[in-house]
Design a protein around this ligand. Structure first.
Ligand SMILES: Nc1ncnc2c1ncn2[C@@H]1O[C@H](COP(=O)(O)OP(=O)(O)O)[C@@H](O)[C@H]1O
Ligand SMILES: [Mg+2]
Length: 260
């Protein structure tokens, strides 16, 4: 079957911890890969990083889902994100999928820069450049698994929120679909899931404090992606079986779909 659609899948930290969920997600990814979809996985690791910081008695500070990052935190990120990246890559290799993991200074396909105007968050960055042609070449016959610890052009490392990494890749590569796999059924309002969320309504949602924490970073990433032309964006719960296949093949999409 011919298909060259590119899908970016961001997997949140709480889902990565669970063997059953992650294996089901990888099974879905394998199925799509065999159908010739091109897949990029971006993983977070906030839960694992929080645990490690508590173990090292380092205070955790976050502003709207973005973590204050000093050099000690970078070291912890390096360790935790490498473990997560290796775990996903190894699970895929077991499934005989061609896969390349990109983590820390070994990620030579994209660059970060220090994020300005967000208060003093330390080494928190944003994606400033992606080597598009090289990236697309790798994607031709590899699933690419990306960690959110990204070097700048001089190999200094930055902590980029994984939702922002997924957004940046989606917009730089003009992908067909961006999926955020998290630990909630979608964006909630008064205890119900909003099935279709228009960007124009998002401003109100922020104003009314309907969202908090990590959801703020996620929805900001959605706004940027949709404004820059990514047309299919979903926020779904990774605990449900075959969630990725349902998004691609079912008429009624699970979770929240973000619309222009
Ligand atoms: N209105 C909302 N709807 C859904 N989740 C929300 C909302 N407001 C805040 N959240 C929180 O955002 C979290 C998802 O973001 P985050 O913890 O960063 O997950 P991930 O690891 O997937 O990025 C949810 O688990 C939930 O606690
Ligand atoms: Mg998050």
């Amino acid at each position: 079957m011919k298909n060259n659609k590119i899908i970016v899948i961001k997997i949140g930290g709480s889902i990565i911890d669970n063997n059953i969920y992650i294996k089901n997600i990888i099974g879905n990814v394998r199925e799509l890969f065999l159908k010739n979809f091109k897949i990029i996985i971006v993983h977070g690791g906030s839960k694992q990083i929080d645990r490690e910081m508590i173990r090292h008695k380092i205070k955790i500070k976050k502003i709207d889902g973005k973590r204050y990052t000093d050099l000690k935190t970078i070291k912890i990120l390096d360790k935790c994100c490498k473990q997560i990246n290796d775990r996903i890559v190894n699970l895929m290799k077991k499934h005989k999928i061609n896969v390349t993991g990109l983590h820390s200074k070994y990620n030579t396909l994209m660059y970060a820069n220090k994020l300005q105007n967000v208060g003093n968050l330390g080494y928190v960055g944003y994606i400033s450049r992606i080597k598009k042609l090289e990236f697309l070449k790798l994607l031709k016959d590899n699933i690419v698994v990306i960690s959110p610890l990204i070097p700048d052009e001089r190999k200094k490392l930055y902590n980029v929120n994984a939702d922002d990494v997924a957004q940046a890749i989606s917009t730089f590569l003009k992908v067909d679909r961006l999926i955020f796999i998290s630990d909630i059924d979608g964006v909630k309002y008064k205890n119900r899931i909003i099935k279709k969320l228009k960007v124009s309504n998002l401003k109100q949602i922020f104003k009314k404090d309907i969202v908090s924490g990590g959801m703020i970073a996620k929805l900001n990433a959605c706004i940027k992606a949709i404004k820059k032309g990514v047309r299919n964006i979903h926020i779904v719960n990774g605990k449900y079986c075959d969630i990725i296949l349902k998004i691609i093949f079912n008429k009624y999409k699970p979770g929240t779909t973000i619309q222009l």
